[in-house]
Design a protein around this ligand. Structure first.
Ligand code: GLN
Length: 484
């Protein structure tokens, strides 16, 4: 059962081949016997899952099955889940039991989905390797010595190892696409504002966006049908109609205009990864697409711009973790200052502290104009590059990451090199655009992701383009040997 997509599982449930309770129990058993190797979950919720599965089976029997009825999913531990620990990968929130559900979780509940548990992640979603999690690193199902990518590394590993039918991720600078690339799965970061951020613990509010992590583009479309939509509780969510994301999947690629940014194929990109991306683009040409070289001249500004904006926003967002309202509190504080200093000192890990320090510095009087305001200006330049490029092309393609998954520990002492692993994904967040990573091949048995970037609110188009590739290739069907 675990090797089926959401679409196939729904067919099986409808035909009565298995019940949601049987399916859910199967995944629980699989996780219990295999996840020791990966550490992909922070919290398992088997009792809740079986209760939801029983309810889903009843609803189906009564003819009330909604879109994800009875489908077992894993949720990134950044989403608030009522009465279930919501840690965000941090010691700071280890004791935090959320009193309410994030909108995304609410929507999955309404659609009849089952929650198997909460997935491991980099602390407060800061990282590219899942090594900053307080709960220990996640291993890559394709090679236990390698990282799964970050920050949604737990979710990517869960999907690749077939511990759930699909998972959620969040992407502030690449955290859906880069782990999707490293683990050989399909990941979609929607347009900023497409999916509600209500109840999603904030890292950098102007960049954060939740999206699906799945085996196929078709499944991503099904998931997005549930996740997308206006939410009055999120002032940045956009009041724009939600199409049926599955309806354009079979559109032809004839005449599709693909742009290849020359900056994405320059120094820094692994040769073997470049070859795979070129071969994938050829596949589109065979389907009738036309390819054109384009330029995104300000690409080199994206990493430095991001590393001012994201830390600035995080230093402000994380000030609410003060030991008073929720989360970790130090023992026997002497006075209020001692309470703040020790609670935060003990609760946050080194990467989070580094970001808070950078952000507080960049926002402080005297430096604000030189750093933060400047970064907002370069952000606009980066965004304008894309607007310009989309005058001529329908979709931009390139690598999702410069290499395949690196080894655990390889860059833990070298934050700058680690930050550069998001070089092809970050600009998309700065511009608020939708982006995907889909499996496109392997180098030494490690997966490589092809990145697709579209215009604002063009998710249906991206899913169509991804789906057509998956009709021609079977990279997305490959499964790691240890987790067949
Ligand atoms: N790796 C990037 C960072 O550490 C992006 C993280 C993310 O998208 N959440 O900030």
């Amino acid at each position: 059962m675990h090797n089926k997509t959401i679409a196939e599982l729904t067919t099986g449930l409808n035909a009565g081949d298995f019940s949601s309770v049987e399916l859910t129990q199967h995944y629980i058993d699989r996780i219990n016997s295999l996840d020791k190797q990966l550490n992909s979950f922070i919290t398992l919720t088997p009792d809740l899952a079986l209760q939801q599965a029983r309810y889903a089976d009843e609803q189906r029997a009564a003819g009330n099955a909604s879109l994800l009825n009875g489908i077992p999913l894993a949720q990134k531990d950044i989403f608030c889940t009522k009465d279930v620990k919501t840690s965000c990968g941090s010691k700071m929130l280890d004791p935090f039991i959320s009193p309410y559900n994030a909108t995304t979780i609410e929507k999955f509940n309404q659609s009849g989905a089952v929650m198997l548990g909460k997935t491991n992640m980099d602390e407060f979603a800061m990282g590219s390797s899942n090594e900053t999690s307080w709960y220990g690193p996640v291993k890559n199902p394709w090679s236990l010595d390698s990282v799964p990518g970050g920050s949604s590394g737990g979710s990517a590993a869960v999907v690749a190892a077939q511990f759930a039918a699909a998972a959620t991720g969040t992407d502030t600078g690449g955290s859906i696409r880069q782990p999707a690339s490293f683990c050989g799965i399909t990941g979609l970061k929607p347009t900023y504002g497409r999916v509600s951020r209500y109840g999603m613990i904030a890292f950098a509010s102007s960049l954060d966006q939740a999206g699906p992590m799945t085996r196929t583009a078709e499944d991503a479309a099904i998931m997005l049908n549930v996740m997308a939509g206006f939410d009055p509780r999120d002032s940045t969510s956009v009041d724009e109609a939600v199409p049926d994301y599955t309806s354009d999947l079979n559109n032809s690629m004839e005449g599709l205009k693909i742009g290849l940014p020359k900056e994405y194929f320059a120094e820094g990109l692994d040769d073997s990864v470049a070859k795979i991306i070129e071969a994938a683009v050829k596949e589109y040409e065979k389907m009738g697409a036309v390819v054109k070289e384009i330029s995104l001249p300000n690409s080199k500004l994206s990493v430095p711009t991001y590393y001012i904006i994201a830390p600035s926003e995080c230093s402000s967002n994380l000030s609410r973790m003060d030991g008073v309202r929720f989360g970790h509190r130090c023992k026997d504080p002497k006075d209020l200052n001692d309470l703040y200093i020790r609670s935060r000192g003990e609760g946050f890990g080194p990467e989070v502290k580094r970001r808070i320090l950078i952000g507080t510095y960049a926002l402080s009087e005297g430096f604000y104009d030189a750093y933060y305001v400047k970064a907002q200006k370069t952000r606009r330049l980066i965004s304008d590059d894309f607007n310009q490029a989309f005058q001529d092309v329908d979709v931009i393609m390139g690598p999702a990451a410069p290499s395949t998954a690196f080894n655990l520990g390889e860059f833990s002492d070298d934050p700058i090199t680690m930050y550069l692993s998001d070089i092809y994904t970050i600009a998309v967040n700065l511009a608020g655009l939708p982006g995907m990573s889909i499996p496109a091949g392997f180098v030494n048995n490690m997966p490589v992701g092809l990145q697709l970037i579209g215009k604002h609110f063009s998710e249906a188009k991206l899913l169509n383009v991804a789906h057509q590739f998956q009709q021609q290739t079977d990279w997305h069907k490959k499964v790691p040997e240890l987790f067949v």
